[in-house]
Design a protein around this ligand. Structure first.
Ligand code: GLN
Length: 474
């Protein structure tokens, strides 16, 4: 899609400003139903598109992404613009600096289109934890768009933007991609800088693209990745490992015992895809055993909440955002600002994480979780000794309805069962739409560190065989 747009811009069949206007008017007429954007940055976007147009006019376009509008999840900062993590505690916050990915994309001529809704501080699986608004699934508006990058996924699925940025800590790009029939990539940990991504759980957080096509995912990933000295976990150039993007005889591992609880329509989609890969591409399907994956959810929720409790300590009412009025004391200022500023799920996680890290419980919870995390990583390393990639569902069920899981947080947590493993192991994972009759179904490809291009190539085969039904809102 992006390559086609670029061709139109180059041939002057369409200008970046015209395209942006088209998208802005679609948002204007339809986003009151979908609720993807917290705010469009129409003025700044129009100026950026105008500059891009000048470059195209003089034959000096910066590359394939020049003039392409991209929506930004509300936890990735841009200098001078608002970023609130869909939280009251950051109401009105403007960042004094830009995220590394924003610097890189803007340098490539990308037009930032505005802020997309999310679960508060990226904690959730349905975007219902946003303190700002509800987001609906464009395929059927009674359904959740997934989360936490639900605004990003809905904006792409609705055709408001060709691409959006999300963040994935335990599945927040892949799960909403699966729910909305879009493509979502969680890159290898450390390949895309976290500088300027407001931290949730630092050892898991990664920024990645949500797009309509696999090729667009590739273009954005290639543009965003690269070493950044301001992120201490950013992979230095010399540490990259070359991975064969097209092994001649593709071996695909499927962890059947792990996924057997998935819904019938998800299993059907997976089996159809397996048959297709066997017949049409000659891939060998290998059953793999990943014995520690069943601990993924508890390990993830202990690790993520522990890190969140530390990361969110900075929101104290003094340095950023909301400050309680007329406090009695310094402690009262902290307490009241945090009580008023954070929503229920964020508070629940701060409490869980503080508990897991507290002296006396540290070894039993956090320490143990880290040891099991290593075993989960080893499951992956072992699997990749005999396979080139893993195929499994991205989610155990298609999209659930809005309101269906809000009263039971544990049930909501369980919907991440397919995605947390790759996050804990740090390996790349791509969610692509699989065959489906009703609501979209996402299939997930996972590969060894730095194997993104291999995943894109397999993903493109699936995409070609099972084209997605596009939403038509107009
Ligand atoms: N749904 C998961 C959670 O609630 C994942 C969130 C994410 O990846 N940001 O923590």
């Amino acid at each position: 899609m992006i390559r086609k747009l670029h061709e139109k811009f180059t041939k002057k069949e369409l200008s970046p400003v015209e395209y942006l206007q088209e998208k802005l008017s679609l948002i204007q007429s339809q986003d009151s139903i979908i609720g993807a954007f917290i705010e469009t940055e129409a003025e700044e976007a129009t100026e950026a598109a105008r500059q891009s147009e000048v470059r195209f006019a003089s034959g000096a376009a910066k590359g394939l992404l020049d003039g392409i509008p991209v929506g930004i999840k509300d936890n990735i900062v841009t200098r001078g613009r608002r970023t609130e993590c869909a939280s009251r505690i950051l109401a009105g916050y403007r960042s004094p600096f830009s995220a590394h990915v924003i610097e890189k994309l803007h340098a490539g001529g990308v037009v930032s289109m505005g802020r997309l809704n999310m679960d508060e501080f990226a904690m959730g699986s349905s975007t219902e934890n946003s303190s700002i608004q509800k987001t609906r699934n464009p395929h059927s508006t009674d359904y959740a768009p997934g989360g936490s990058s639900g605004g990003s996924a809905a904006a792409v699925a609705a055709g408001f933007v060709p691409a959006a940025l999300g963040s994935d800590t335990g599945g927040s790009i892949r799960q909403p991609a699966a729910f909305t029939g879009t493509v979502g990539l969680k890159p290898t940990y450390g390949t895309v800088s976290r500088y300027g991504l407001i931290a949730f759980a630092s050892s898991l957080d990664q920024i990645g693209p949500l797009t309509m096509t696999v090729d667009d995912s590739r273009l954005l990933y290639e543009a965003m990745k690269g070493h950044d000295h301001r992120d201490s976990t950013s992979v230095p150039k010399e540490a990259y490992v070359q991975v064969d993007p097209s092994p001649s005889k593709l071996r695909i591992g499927v962890p059947f015992s792990l996924i057997e609880g998935s819904s019938p329509e998800v299993m059907k989609s997976l089996h159809e895809t397996i048959e297709f890969l066997k017949k049409e591409t000659g891939a060998e399907i290998i059953e793999i055993d990943m014995p520690h994956q069943k601990y993924g959810i508890p390990v993830y929720y202990i690790t993520a909440t522990s890190e969140a409790s530390a990361n969110l300590a900075r929101f104290d009412g003094i340095r950023y955002g909301k400050r309680a009025a007329n406090p009695d004391s310094l402690n009262d200022l902290y307490e009241t600002s945090r009580t008023q500023g954070f929503g229920q799920e964020v508070k629940r996680r701060i409490l869980l994480g503080t508990y897991a890290l507290s002296s006396g419980f540290y070894d039993a919870f956090y320490g143990k979780a880290q040891r099991v995390r290593t075993l989960i990583q080893q499951d992956y390393l072992r699997a990749f000794e005999k396979t080139d990639a893993i195929l499994m569902p991205a989610t155990p069920t298609p999209a659930f309805k809005l309101g269906e899981k809000t009263s039971n947080p544990v049930e909501m947590y369980l919907s991440d069962v397919m995605t947390v493993g790759a996050s804990l192991a740090g390996v790349p994972a791509l969610s692509v739409p699989g065959p489906s009759q009703g609501m979209p179904i996402g299939l997930q490809l996972q590969g060894p560190f730095f194997s993104e291009e291999r995943l894109f190539r397999i993903g493109e085969k699936i995409e070609k065989a099972f084209p997605v039904k596009r939403v038509s809102l107009a």
